[in-house]
Design a protein around this ligand. Structure first.
Ligand SMILES: [Zn+2]
Length: 365
């Protein structure tokens, strides 16, 4: 990250017990020297701090990956899931990490009730016959246990999360993959897709960028490919053109900055859902707007994590969804802002944690 100085109002520190401020102290002021990346404030307020050890209702985690690298790690993961209240987890084979689908099936086979597998589209041959073959592969994966397709991922250059080959320049509204999306409807496999990145990752990387600590790392250069709104449009086209296919936009469709627009899309397309995976920090700095949104769209929101297997990872999310805590930091989220809880009503929590996912994955309790 390039050097960026973060202004902190610390008049008390500079005031030096009322002594006149020397030129030297002004030069060495932390206001001028602390880098944004080194700014780790500690909350001093005497306000509630709630540790939520276990989720209030059973959870279906609709967004995770093949994080476990051995049988022991899978067993350990199940223990953590038991402790925090996760009934089952979607392991999305399709992502930037992964091994062949058959290996994933074998690895998680001892815990069939605890992990549901999601598979990829095979773009090896984009001819009509090739796509037909990909539909057959999809049906075979479904028979092997795949309950959905995902996580597809398009940050401008196409579905680069796909395996065994990347879907370079293949966007979700590409007419060539319509037979695959139709096959998903036939097999009742929802399609989970990561579209774009948070909006500020497309904005100038300067002192006005609100999300700079993360935007500086995840900055997207969309020169020569689809930009933020082009990607959103490609997603909307696919949702509109394939009304019998269920689409899950990961990470609030990366539209936390414009919840009214996201809500308008959900109003328009009953086959569209969102997951809240890995966007805790991007939502919990606007707790009132997000709370209102989650209550309004309580039937269309799915719980997801996308962030490893640690108990604390889950518990940080529970704190935001369940409590009324305010002004707290979770350093690993890497933003300079503090978070506040949504204090969601039980009825809404239960739907987001479990019932909406169970409805989509009908064959499971
Ligand atoms: Zn993911």
């Amino acid at each position: 990250m390039k050097k960026f100085y973060f202004s902190v109002i610390c008049v008390a520190l500079l005031a030096s017990c009322g002594a006149p401020q020397s030129e030297e102290s002004a030069v060495t002021s932390p206001v001028d020297t602390i880098l944004l990346q080194d700014f780790h404030p500690q909350v001093v307020n005497n306000i509630p701090e709630t540790f939520v050890e276990r989720a209030k209702f059973p959870i279906i985690d609709m967004h995770s990956h093949d994080y476990a690298s051995s049988d022991e790690e899978i067993a350990e993961w199940v223990k953590v899931m038991d402790a925090v209240g996760v009934e089952h987890t979607a392991v999305m084979h399709c992502s930037w990490i992964g091994r062949p689908f058959e290996e994933v099936v074998a690895a998680y086979a001892p815990y069939k009730e605890r992990f549901r597998l999601w598979c990829c589209f095979d773009y090896s041959d984009m001819s009509e016959a090739g796509i037909q073959h990909a539909c057959e592969t999809l049906a075979r994966y479904h028979e092997m246990g795949a309950v959905g397709v995902g996580e597809l991922g398009d940050k401008g250059e196409g579905d680069l999360y796909a395996r065994p080959v990347e879907g370079k320049d293949i966007h979700i509204d590409d007419p060539r993959i319509r037979p695959l999306l139709a096959k998903c409807a036939e097999l009742k496999m929802p399609v989970s897709i990561h579209i774009a990145e948070p909006y500020w990752m497309y904005l100038p990387m300067d002192a006005s960028n609100d999300g700079l600590p993360n935007a500086g790392v995840w900055h997207v250069d969309s020169t020569g490919c689809l930009g933020y709104w082009g990607l959103v449009q490609s997603f909307e086209n696919a949702v509109r053109e394939n009304p019998n296919t269920i689409f899950i936009a990961c990470h609030y469709l990366n539209m936390n900055h414009d919840l009214p627009q996201l809500g308008a899309m959900l109003d328009k397309y009953p086959n569209m859902y969102i997951d809240i995976a890995a966007r805790v920090a991007e939502s919990a700095h606007t707790p009132r707007a997000t709370r209102e949104f989650l209550i309004k769209y309580q039937d269309r929101v799915l719980f997801g994590t996308d962030n490893g297997m640690e108990a604390s990872m889950y518990q940080n999310i529970f704190r935001v969804l369940e409590t009324n805590d305010e002004h707290f930091y979770v350093p690993e989220y890497n933003y300079h802002w503090a978070l506040s809880g949504f204090n969601l009503p039980d009825k809404v929590l239960k739907k987001i944690y479990h019932d909406n996912a169970a409805r989509i994955l009908k064959e499971y309790k």
